[in-house]
Design a binder for this molecule. Structure first.
Ligand SMILES: C[S@@+](CC[C@H](N)C(=O)[O-])C[C@H]1O[C@@H](n2cnc3c(N)ncnc32)[C@H](O)[C@@H]1O
Length: 399
């Protein structure tokens, strides 16, 4: 049965939509609501890859989306993105942090703070470390410091010492959380549900190593994102949101504190904000109270970096091509000239032969005896005066 109502599903699908082909990665698949919304807008050449560390969530989403051949899923924490070749060059990544309604609602999963429920707090039921083992392994003062950083848990060291004592003997229940808080506040808690929720959320974040998962996954996703692709992030509380916002800012280069070059220029932007921050509408919150604290942020990876690369390659290819064409042209001209020269040499030689022959003939004709005889035969009296042969012009031709 589908339990989780996805937050800002239509809006996120609209923001991540782009023409295919390509892969979109839903890094927090849950019940598959966001994946379904994405599949509704993406064309047939696209595919959606859903990741979750919770095997039960995967089973629900697989059943829900089984009829769509464009959907695939993998059981993994999203910090392992770098080890999934199918995510390389993806057109979109979605992170919807935290736990799902299914995990919160089912007592057996051990996330709820309803009275009398055994606490587990593992998103991945196969993970060997649950709440009890974390409490047994970690120094209570150190754990208290972390809880205070994560969720401002008051008197957190006292609370952790109390919980550690119980964990040494048995599994913990939600009642133990309440008792630990009451012990730390002898005059009573002002807002019991709020303090309980904060404490259990902070413990859940420690058990699932949630901030470290985000710290690893967002840069990995940006590294694998195609130019022009987008990352959408939904956060639900301030610590998670501050971390995600700062990571996204650093990734796109919107970082005022980033070191500048010697001329004082900031490093070039690697991406842009598409949505700096968007909250669900009042209507959505009224329908789905879990959307109350949600904040959406979306970034887009710059196309320019890839375009500049492509242009650079084209320029080099063009230059090499031009040089090669020039060489071939010169070679062709050279061959043509050589042929012409050869032809000219043959013609010149023929010409010289003709000139020599002509000279020989004329020379023969200029022998006075021969000329005289010819002239006499033609009736000239003084042939050597009247009949004068012109100087042969052919000598001018011959160099
Ligand atoms: C808020 S729910 C997501 C709901 C989902 N968007 C939907 O439409 O149903 C968060 C899901 O992310 C999973 N999750 C949280 N941290 C994770 C991590 N580091 N790696 C993989 N999955 C994670 C949880 O198990 C949970 O199913």
């Amino acid at each position: 049965m589908i339990r989780h109502q996805p937050v800002l599903a239509g809006r996120i699908a609209q923001l991540l939509n782009a023409p295919g082909p390509g892969t979109w990665v839903d890094c927090t698949l849950g019940d598959g609501g966001h994946s379904q919304a994405l599949l509704e807008v993406l064309d047939n050449s696209c595919q959606v890859l859903g990741l979750d560390r919770d095997t039960q969530a995967l089973a629900v989403a697989r059943e829900r989306l089984a009829s769509d051949v464009r959907f695939h899923s993998i059981h993994t924490p999203f910090s392992a993105l770098d080890q999934l070749p199918e995510t390389q060059g993806a057109m979109g990544f979605l992170f919807d942090f935290g736990v799902s309604s299914r995990q919160l609602d089912e007592n057996e999963r051990g996330f709820t703070i309803r009275p009398g429920v055994r606490l587990d707090l593992r998103m991945d039921p196969d993970d060997p470390r649950d709440l009890r083992s974390i409490l047994c392994e970690t120094d209570p003062d150190e754990l208290g410091r972390r809880l205070s950083d994560l969720a401002d848990v008051p008197r957190s060291r006292l609370v952790c010492r109390h919980l550690a004592k119980i964990a040494a003997e048995r599994d913990l229940t939600s009642d133990d959380l309440e008792a630990a808080l009451l012990g730390a506040f002898p005059r009573g808690m002002r807002d019991r549900p709020r303090e309980m929720a904060r404490l259990s959320m902070a413990l859940r974040m420690v058990v699932n190593n949630e901030l470290e998962e985000i710290r690893t996954a967002l840069p990995a996703a940006f590294g694998r994102l195609a130019p022009g692709g987008r990352i959408a992030v939904l956060t639900y509380h301030s610590v998670e949101d501050r971390l995600a916002k700062n990571l996204l800012r650093g990734l796109i280069g919107d970082d005022h504190d980033a070191p500048r070059d010697i001329y004082g220029n900031r490093p070039a932007m690697q991406g842009v904000w598409v949505v700096r921050r968007e909250d669900p509408s009042k209507e959505e919150v009224a329908q789905n109270p879990r959307a109350r604290s949600a904040q959406l942020r979306v970034i887009e990876k710059r196309r320019g970096a890839a375009m500049a690369g492509i242009l650079g390659v084209l320029l080099v290819v063009g230059l090499v091509g031009a040089v090669m064409v020039g060489c071939v042209w010169r070679q062709t001209r050279h061959v043509e000239l050589e042929k012409g020269l050869e032809k000219a040499t043959v013609q010149e030689r023929l010409l010289m032969d003709s000139v020599l022959q002509l000279q020989a003939r004329i020379g023969a004709q200029r022998q006075p005896a021969v000329v005289g005889r010819r002239a006499m035969a033609l009736g000239y009296k003084r042939p050597d005066r009247q009949f004068r042969l012109p100087e042969p012009e052919t000598t001018a031709v011959h160099p």
